[in-house]
Design a protein around this ligand. Structure first.
Ligand SMILES: *Cc1c(COP(=O)(O)O)cnc(C)c1O
Length: 344
């Protein structure tokens, strides 16, 4: 088989979900947007539902459609982009719960699918989504009379526990929602780790489920092994890859593995990333190309059949560091060419 093997440990995802829910002492609604951060929304959401998750978040109504098909009736599916023009049919037929972000979205929702549940997002300073103070003050009474099922906001700096923005947003969220008698949600993974003040009635973990920072105690979830297509010997002074960007300093043996930047192994990993054969590190050499990476295997006692790029020696966050990005982007970039398997 020519493609890399991406293996996803569903029991680790479930364990991470349980760990975050018990830290928060509230229900934890898995965030499964972007195909469960690239790991496969069907198997991931079904495993979490089987473990007891009753509420989920997606980004768009179209993702809600796919999730409803995977889960069947029952679980509540919140849509973070709210109620966009043209969403009414999906919202009604799939029983989605838009988290409306503006007065326009609120009116659209109430007019097009009256009686269909909805939540409300309030902006507490991130300036990305949600109603601001004045807008909320103007429509809160009308909105509350329609019985929203959730009031939520989102923290901009929760991965930096000491950042003053956290307390500022918490305070504003309280001022906007105290005493309203509607379930509240403020925290994603980072906020869960900030402590009980941030937990309210529902938390929304995403990256922590999938083994990423800032949840340091997360169990790793994804392993990625790349098959070696070809191995060759070079003399000192020979070069490898596009742009002759690497030159052998000693007699070398190079293995070419099948995955590249089209598979989310970002070109910025060039000259920076290490692959692993068992416990032995094997540095990649030259530039990452679209479908291929060249690896120095000179120090291995025998030619490898596979090299690992995500596994016990390299987490998504370590790979992200090498690429100059974050674990979220590593996961959501992995693409569709790998042979994926989901382990129970
Ligand atoms: C993506 C997202 C989450 C999940 O965030 P993580 O940092 O992955 O836990 C929660 N809430 C909102 C509004 C989001 O956009």
């Amino acid at each position: 088989m020519g493609t890399g093997r991406l293996s996803i440990d569903l029991s680790a995802i479930v364990a991470n979900w349980q760990a975050l829910a018990s830290l928060a002492r509230t229900p934890a609604a898995p965030v499964v947007k972007a195909d469960a951060y690239g790991l496969g929304v069907g198997p991931v959401a079904r495993a979490l539902a089987a473990a007891g998750a009753r509420q989920f978040f997606v980004a768009y109504a179209e993702e809600g459609f796919a999730l409803r098909r995977a889960l069947g009736p029952g679980p509540e599916i919140f849509v973070l982009s709210g109620h966009m023009a043209g969403d009414a049919r999906l919202v009604a037929e799939c029983g989605l719960t838009p988290v409306v972000n503006s007065v326009d979205q609120l009116m659209r929702h109430l007019e097009s699918v009256p009686g269909q549940p909805f939540g409300l997002q309030l902006d507490t300073g991130m300036n990305r989504l949600g109603m601001e103070w004045n807008e909320w003050a103007a429509v809160a009474e009308i909105a509350l009379s329609q019985n929203p099922v959730l009031l939520m906001s989102h923290l901009a700096c929760a991965d930096e526990p000491d950042h003053p923005m956290n307390a500022y947003q918490l305070d504003l969220f309280r001022q906007m929602t105290d005493g309203l008698n509607v379930p509240r949600s403020l925290s994603a993974t980072g906020g869960i780790l900030l402590g009980p003040d941030y937990h309210f009635d529902l938390v929304r973990p995403g990256i922590g489920l999938y083994g990423g920072l800032p949840f340091e105690h997360a169990r790793p979830v994804a392993t990625l092994d790349l098959p070696v297509i070809q191995v060759r010997d070079l003399q000192a002074g020979e070069v490898a890859g596009y742009g002759n960007a690497w030159q052998a300093q000693r007699p070398s043996r190079l293995a070419t593995v099948s995955a590249g930047y089209a598979d989310g192994l970002l070109r910025s990993l060039s000259h920076k990333v290490t692959l692993w054969h068992g416990d032995t590190p094997c540095p990649a050499v030259g530039r990452v190309s679209m479908d291929l990476i060249i690896v120095d295997v000179t120090d291995l006692p025998e030619d490898p059949e596979h090299l690992s790029i995500l596994g016990p020696h390299q987490t998504i966050d370590q790979l992200a560091d090498a690429a100059g990005t974050i674990g979220y982007e590593v996961l959501t970039s992995l693409g569709t060419r790998y042979a994926r398997s989901h382990r129970e």
